[in-house]
Design a protein around this ligand. Structure first.
Ligand code: AMP
Ligand code: ZN
Length: 461
């Protein structure tokens, strides 16, 4: 276990870069807000998954135990709308897009979180948190709704730094007769017979989005957690509301009693504008993978800017990513006769990543390691290069597989294999060995062998 590094993280709550000190010395607990599963993820959504994947890979080298939880929002009004539009059952939609999300992220080298809780499986915990907020005078029931009363928590706004007027404007509050204050937000709302719902002390209804994450993070990680994060657009109102709920349910006025550090990634943009479904300027990760762009190339681009900076998506960025990975794989191929020896990730790359996940700096160091390996062709320089690349999520396949991808229909599609491996891991977790054997056979038919390692399954042709 490496202990000589100090991880520094920009804490959005403290608004400064700080030394990371976990609450428990041997166990780091991270929560990142995951997708609402009603359609495909675009590459802006994927940026968060890739950034937090690098974070958890790094922390696993620094600490004996890391628990990384990232949720699936499978109850939300956008999902209900999608169900009404398509005529498909809600559960059909959510399970389908949850599976596709995991397959697409796996193609980008994102490891499954240790815990991936579903909101619909956390309803009793949400109800209990709401009851605690009501008991402490921070929430009230009215006309089948339960609302969080923002003026009851003077610390509200501490994360986003928004004034009360900004809070009201930013929340785009509709004046509703059941609200005591325009800034109050919904914890629970009534469902009609056509909408999904659960019985609760306030009638048949469903949770608001924000309470879902308060309940799931506490249930699976315990409070306070070390790092909570997501995209920068979640700071307000989502994360502000999560903090208010979790503090108030437990009678705390200390904002860090929910999460000690907050981490927010910047936006993926297109010609300077945020990529979003509503603007229509989005590119789906799924489509890029289907077009044959290797997942590692997409990942390379997503990590090419510092995570807090905006990152503009462009064809030239993708071309550069392809060129760089082709170069790395070519060097690895040239080193095929050099013995494989174990190696730690070199300090140059560790130090870059420990400096608030400075991936552009880590790329520069990776290039230097690639060059040293190419020039010196020793087992040590090869191992250092490979260890650094793999920490960043690159060089996951053999060079022969990399260079044969996409050449004709009989070639192996790495994204397809990765997707099946995710499904196989899930099947094995669920003790569905028939399905996991079927997947192994399906891959074997294409000449692919799976090797199970402590880091997860690896494959080769
Ligand atoms: P949404 O689908 O808008 O609910 O977003 C799901 C997740 O993706 C959230 O964590 C957002 O912060 C993040 N996200 C959405 N659009 C972008 C973007 N253009 N760049 C970076 N992250 C984004
Ligand atoms: Zn959340």
């Amino acid at each position: 276990m490496t202990t000589k590094y100090v991880f520094k993280l920009y804490n959005s709550l403290a608004r400064e870069k700080q030394d990371f000190v976990p609450l428990e010395a041997d166990h780091v607990r991270i929560y990142a807000c995951g997708p609402t599963v009603y359609s495909y993820a675009h590459i802006g959504n994927a940026r968060m998954a890739v950034v937090f994947d690098v974070l958890q890979r790094l922390l696993r080298l620094l600490y004996p135990k890391v628990t990384y939880a990232s949720n699936i929002t499978d109850i939300e009004d956008k999902i209900i709308a999608a169900s009404q539009e398509t005529g498909e059952a809600i559960e059909f939609i959510t399970r389908k897009y949850e599976r596709i999300y995991n397959e697409d992220m796996a193609a980008l080298g994102v490891r499954l979180p240790d815990v991936q809780p579903r909101a619909t499986e956390t309803i009793p915990e949400m109800i209990s948190l709401i009851e605690q907020m009501i008991a402490r005078g921070h929430a009230y029931a009215n006309e089948g709704h339960v609302l969080f009363n923002v003026p009851s928590f003077p610390e509200y706004g501490g994360l986003s730094g928004r004034s009360r007027d900004d809070q009201i404007a930013g929340a785009r509050v509709e004046v509703a007769p059941y609200k005591r204050d325009p800034a109050d937000f919904v914890l629970w709302k009534p469902s009609n017979a056509d909408q999904p719902g659960w019985d609760s002390p306030w009638g048949f209804g469903r949770p608001g989005w924000h309470i879902e994450c308060s309940a799931m993070s506490e249930k699976h990680l315990g409070l306070p957690i070390d790092i909570h994060g997501g995209g920068a657009d979640l700071k307000f109102p989502h994360h502000e509301n999560e903090i208010a709920q979790s503090c108030c349910a437990h009678g705390s006025h200390d904002l860090t009693s929910f999460s000690k550090y907050w981490m927010h990634n910047g936006f993926l943009t297109v010609e300077g504008e945020k990529m979003s479904k509503s603007l229509g300027n989005f590119t789906l990760a799924h489509d890029l993978i289907e077009q044959g762009i290797p997942g590692e190339v997409i990942r390379y681009v997503l990590l090419s800017a510092h995570y807090r900076q905006p990152l503009d998506w462009s064809d030239s960025g993708v071309e550069l990513g392809q060129k760089m990975l082709d170069k790395f794989y070519r060097i690895l191929d040239e080193l095929s006769d050099v013995a494989d020896v174990p190696a730690d990730v070199p300090s140059s790359v560790m130090e870059a990543l420990c400096d608030d996940l400075n991936t552009p700096k880590a790329y520069a160091e990776l290039n230097a390691l690639a060059k040293a390996a190419q020039d010196q062709k020793t087992p040590e320089t090869k191992a250092a290069f490979v260890a650094a690349a793999q920490l960043l999520g690159f060089l996951g396949v053999e060079p022969a597989v990399w260079f044969s991808a996409g050449q004709d229909a009989s070639d192996i599609d790495a994204a397809w294999v990765e997707g099946l491996l995710v499904e196989r891991t899930e099947a094995r977790k669920a003790k569905n060995f028939a399905r996991s054997d079927e997947i192994r056979d399906e891959l074997a038919a294409k000449g692919i062998v799976i090797e199970d390692t402590p880091q997860g399954p690896k494959w080769k042709v």
